[in-house]
Design a protein around this ligand. Sequence first.
Ligand SMILES: Nc1nc2c(ncn2[C@@H]2O[C@H](COP(=O)(O)OP(=O)(O)OP(=O)(O)O)[C@@H](O)[C@H]2O)c(=O)[nH]1
Ligand SMILES: [Mg+2]
Ligand SMILES: [Zn+2]
Length: 293
Amino acid sequence: MLGRVIKFHNSFFFVECEDGRMIPCSLRGLLKRYKRQTIVCAGDFVEIRLLGDGSGVIKRVVDRKNLMVRPAAANVDQIILTFAAREPNLHPLLLNRFLVLAEASDVEHIAICINKIDLISPHTKILDGYERLYNIIKTSARSGQGIEQLRTLVADRVTVFTGPSGVGKSSLLNAIDPLLNQTVGSISDRIRRGKNTTRVSELLKFSGGYLVDTPGFSAVELDDLGVDERNLAHCFPEFKQFAAHCRFNPCSHSHEPDCAVKTAVADHEILAERYESYLSLLKEINERKSKYD
Ligand SMILES: Nc1nc2c(ncn2[C@@H]2O[C@H](COP(=O)(O)OP(=O)(O)OP(=O)(O)O)[C@@H](O)[C@H]2O)c(=O)[nH]1
Ligand SMILES: [Mg+2]
Ligand SMILES: [Zn+2]
């Protein structure tokens, strides 16, 4: 029988089957040997065998369209990168780091959601210039602003909400559909426990698709996710049309002469802030590399 892994909980993978049943499944011995959770993760399509006691065994994982490593989720259609306008403040370098992670995961649709828009004045400019690069939605889980737009965007897709802790991902899911009932944490809860409010990734049914709430995280090493000095530039889609005209190939767009990307930055065709984030991430990757070489 075929089904889709909805969540991992109490050492069982919960598989939603074609007939609508939810079957707790364990891994077959062969798969278990790998002992790595990404062998099977939320979003995977799997073939299962039913056992007499109502549980099942996962026999095979169907080839994935894509795999997000952090948080682990497979066959994702869309990432909505969520930040807060304030509390916590929005840092462009952190935003660009998350964008690189999103670009590296091979997911077709990437959007940016700026939540807690109720905390700033309507005239405050935020992510000026980014609207040419990504779809940006301004929301408030508190006032309801932008929520209808979010509902439209997530219909019929598997959408993963990522972003730092405390920006309001769980609150947004509840605003989209109160029945989803995700736990929302106050900042003080979070400091007291030193942990995220949301702990596990789970696919939640909504409007022909699924929403995935995820625990916020801050720092991830880019090279752990396979982003190195050669492919970092590919995670900045707006560099592409210029990179073809650099004198050197490959060009790291940092120290080389006649670099068309640097020219585009000087001509304001590429946002200076994006290029600065690129250089910081490149430096970080190279420093880590020389440390381990
Ligand atoms: N003012 C305001 N506060 C909000 C808004 N959305 C969420 N909050 C508050 O922000 C805090 C964190 O919200 P959560 O939804 O738990 O944040 P999260 O991103 O899910 O956090 P993690 O699960 O730890 O990753 C809570 O106190 C919410 O009430 C909003 O639109 N405006
Ligand atoms: Mg949460
Ligand atoms: Zn270049």
